[in-house]
Design a protein around this ligand. Structure first.
Ligand code: PMP
Length: 417
């Protein structure tokens, strides 16, 4: 009998039968509060009726148009709508299917547009699993182990991870910018540097928000040295962090924005956007793909945008994020093993630390597994696996947040006892 490959590591033993709003139901109809949202994807909740209706209608109309053969209306409409939410002037788009593919596309575009080769990423970054994207990823060695040689020209710079560095946020920013400047002087000259890739909240690497001053420092260096600033908004975009884009609070404008996950409520779709001055330098025909900009995915994305805007999900993310954070802070006060609670909007982290200050992955994992037994689905992250993250659908309400906090408190107590 065929079985699934063990290469797929499963975080919970649940077999999902159906999903509705913030809940997943297993095959015995047991209900779980889903604070994973399919790794930050189902922001409008599972099977939002408007997304379902839009997809069903599109399935019956045109499933696959193939955008390099024929254009179709959902893709054209989505492009217009995304133009309204993207940063001013970052309005030339194309579509692929996954976050990794979009990252690959951004790397190609950055190299073609600048004629330079090197890319800078930050320690702990996650940009995907395909070869180019994995070459930009340093969130855990499992993504890179045994598959090399990776794509050359990637330079890794320290991330301003204030909690782990034991520094104030301002000192962590100064340190990381100093180290970056040192790399320009010693490893990758500005003339060889095509782009800097950054997640506005470090995602798989531990849910660490990037301080605004750091993004501003990157923007200033990108302007001074003529390289591109690429915001990987795959996990942070579409309201996840309490603003539409994760980079927004910093006031900077990225040169390339990458989006996926929350874009289409679970249908495979990703996009990259850049100003015409950059996109026009891409070599025609060098990017694309059979399934990119699939008509059903685009219809689902249009409905997703409607739901986000009409139901005020960005505001709800900020409000519920604050309520969740306050609850998590209380749990952390009662359990010193949780050394840091942080994040933005509904992208929150609980970092587990042993009394000697080292990462405590074992207790984090026990708490995550206890939570699943107690009916709350969660994921771990961080290079050491000692961070339990919370990423509920953006439709979550106050009662559901409070229930999750109470299940979390019980689960942490079970894990430490
Ligand atoms: N970039 C970021 C910031 C991500 O969080 C992810 C997925 N976790 C990716 C890229 C890769 O996306 P995908 O798994 O769809 O290829």
């Amino acid at each position: 009998m065929a079985e699934l490959s063990p290469v797929l590591k499963q975080a919970t033993p649940v077999v999902a039968a159906r999903g509705e709003g913030v809940y997943i139901y297993d095959e015995d109809d047991r209900r779980f509060l889903d604070f994973t949202a399919g790794i930050g994807v189902t922001s409008t909740g599972h099977c939002h009726p408007r997304v379902v209706a839009a997809a069903q209608e599109q399935v019956a109309t045109l499933i696959h148009g193939q955008y390099t053969t024929v254009m179709h209306r959902p893709l054209l409409r989505l492009t217009e709508r995304l133009g309204e939410v993207l940063p001013e002037g970052v309005d030339r788009l194309f579509y692929v299917n996954s976050g990794s593919e979009a990252v690959e596309a951004a790397l190609r575009l950055a190299r073609q547009a600048t004629g330079r080769q090197n890319a800078i990423v930050f320690q702990g970054s996650f940009h995907g699993r395909t070869m180019g994207a994995a070459s930009l990823t340093t969130s855990g060695v499992k993504i890179r182990a045994g598959i090399g040689p990776l794509v050359p020209g990637v330079v890794v710079s320290p991330f301003p991870y204030a909690y782990r560095l034991g520094l104030s946020e301002a000192d962590a920013v100064s340190y990381a910018l100093r180290e970056l400047d040192y790399l320009f002087a010693t490893v990758t000259s500005p003339q060889d540097t095509a782009a800097v890739f950054i997640e506005p909240v470090l995602g798989e690497g531990g849910y660490v928000p990037v301080p605004d001053a750091f993004l501003q420092g990157l923007r200033e260096r990108a302007d001074r040295h003529g390289f591109l600033l690429v915001a990987d908004e795959v996990q942070t975009g579409f309201g996840r962090t309490g603003t539409f884009w994760g980079h927004e609070p910093s006031g900077i404008r990225p040169d390339i924005v990458i989006t996926a996950k929350g874009l289409a409520s679970g249908f495979p779709l990703s996009a990259i956007a850049a100003p015409a001055s950059i996109m026009d330098r891409a070599w025609p025909g060098s990017q694309g793909g059979t399934y990119g900009g699939n008509a059903v995915s685009c219809a689902a994305a249009l409905a997703t945008l409607d739901v986000i805007q009409e139901e005020g999900l960005v505001e709800n993310s900020a409000r519920m994020g604050e309520r969740l954070r306050q609850g998590l802070e209380k749990v952390a006060e009662a359990n010193p093993v949780i050394g840091d609670v942080r994040g933005r909007g509904l992208m929150l982290a609980n970092e587990f630390t042993a009394p000697d200050g080292s990462p405590d992955a074992a207790t984090a994992l026990s708490a995550q597994q206890a939570a699943a037994r107690n009916g709350l689905l969660l994921l771990t992250c961080g290079p050491a696996g000692n961070v339990v993250r919370m990423i509920p659908p953006l439709v979550v309400n106050g009662d559901q947040v409070d229930t999750a906090v109470s299940l979390w408190a019980t689960s942490v107590e079970e894990a430490v006892s």
